[in-house]
Design a binder for this molecule. Sequence first.
Ligand code: 5GP
Length: 214
Amino acid sequence: MEDTKRKGILIVVSGFSGAGKGTIMKRLLEEYPGQYSLSVSATTRQPRPGEAHGREYFFVSVEEFEKMIAENALVEHAKYVSNYYGTPRAYVEEQMALGKDVILEIEIQGALKIKEKFPDALLLFISPPSAKELKRRLTDRGTEDAAAIASRLSRAVEESRGIEAYDYFVINDSLEACIAQVHGIIENEHSRMNRNQEKIDQMRQELSGFAKGE
Ligand code: 5GP
């Protein structure tokens, strides 16, 4: 049987701010080169120290962001703690067409919009082992002041109400174990019956050809 190209999966990764999503995504990209593409979002928030335009985010003004919305250049967008965040459409479409597993690291409102538009999307929610640990990680990061931490924690309360809409709940206790688990879930997802219809049809067709003595 000739190998039909594996179809890419659109993967949404969300998690409470401080759950360690960013690190997990970076490591997945490093460890499985060629398989994953990470979408870089546009945002109106200020860059944190060490963040670069085009790498962590495309940092844009509110006017620029609203223009992107008007031009339908975003697959989804949402407001999070008084800033806009959105997923540029062109990159997602281009990478999906190449058969890549495209990862969107976005919050819950955006995740739900993606599920609506792309019912085959795989939604993963990453959580630290406990609320106490989440607070500790946010505080230790040292990039946000007390007010920003408080608003991220109250946002986490809101997000915890919508978790059931996701397909998987993954606990990030040990980083290595979590990376392996996330990759494993995605690999298993590729084997799902409904993601392999083309291959099944091809197999059937070739088998019936053989059965007829072709
Ligand atoms: P941060 O400011 O900590 O980088 O991100 C804040 C939240 O915005 C995180 O939950 C992050 O996943 C989410 N986010 C980042 N990019 C996007 C995006 O393009 N769309 C949506 N809906 N959320 C995003």
